[in-house]
Ligand binder design. Sequence first.
Ligand code: HEM
Length: 404
Amino acid sequence: MLQYDPFVTSGTDLYALYERLRDEAPVYWADGTQTYVFSRYDDVASALADTDTFSSDAMRGVLMGAPTGSGEQRLPRSEASGMLVAVDPPDHSELRRIVSRGFTPRKMAAWHDYIDQTVRALLAEASGDEPFDVVSGLAAKLPVRVITELVGADPADADRFRAWADAMTRVMSGSARTSGLQAGEALAMFQLADDLGHRIDDRAENPRDDLLTTLVRAHGEDVLSREEAVGFAALLLFAGTETSTNLIGNAVAALLAHPIELERVREDEGRIGQVIEETLRWDPPVQYVFRRTMRAIERHGVQLPADANVTLLLGSANRDPRRWGDDADLFDPDRDTAGHVGFGFGPHFCLGAALARAETASALEHLLPRIDRGAAVGDAEWIDSMQFRGRRRLQVAMAAIAEF
Ligand code: HEM
């Protein structure tokens, strides 16, 4: 019998299950989560684009059990505490315009050197004598260092942010969904908010060239409240770490599983961009997002009432042969990946996409030449999350740095 639930199902055979969902029940009722599950590309992409019918406040509602709007009502900006991802237009457009000032192409380009230096420093620690764990040695450390600098938090806190992001992931979509945060973790979250709040107050007096200053410096009426700035900075520390870590890990894992593609990209680093986009399609770090129906609708003969929560399976939409052809399950960096939903689609399209791409490109550029041909891959051990997909460990044999 076909059984799927967003908070129960994970592991290697996920994509085979998605195929059954698309073929047998394109609108599937997942009883455990009480959500309808959309798995076909057209249904997922059109729901992402249609904010009149599908509210994003379910991103708080389902993941955090926090209040949402109901019926035609939307969660007001004043109650969203800076959680951009859970706010609908027109409030969303207002908020996004403000925070986008911290993510202009010029600002992102300025990060390239810092990213490269950090990657080099992390890889310099791989001796070549013993297997190197790509996840703990590189992929888990790089994004959190970048986001800590970008936000303007204390660099010495990077390791703590990493631990908080892991805890949040476990609570929102992993094993701690039922047990909740441990007391120590809850206290750490509170301290994070308190610390960010103090830093924001400081920026009002002493502006700097960092994101916190950008958020709270008024441009006419366009400014975030203190609470919104704290909430948004905390969202970034979470949204910008676990995701990028898994993109780096999933890209390396995909290449190790496809040695011909690994050789091709080692010979021509101009292919790195294609490898990244194909990884975002083929094995995306974010497997699904949630929406709430603003009114009753019908899809594939199923009636969905107003206020129904819907799971949009990005990982399945990206493998749908109706959109990608019969070889949708094949990892093929030469394919045209335009339209993949690995970063979402529509108004909530990932704000950090350029940064995530830059981090992953730098990681691959410096790592791939050093991977030994006969690289040994340990058994896949998945991270503790059903929404995010990535490996906890990825061991490779490395050539010594002296050989480069
Ligand atoms: C590979 C890495 C990443 C992936 C796969 C990813 C994926 C996504 C997806 C699927 C969404 C859409 C959510 C929705 O429609 O409900 C999203 C939104 C978002 N992402 Fe990312 N993300 C990544 C990296 C980052 C980074 C590095 C940052 C910040 C520096 C970031 C910040 C955000 C923000 C703020 C939003 C909300 C945008 C909005 O609601 O307008 N993400 N991301």
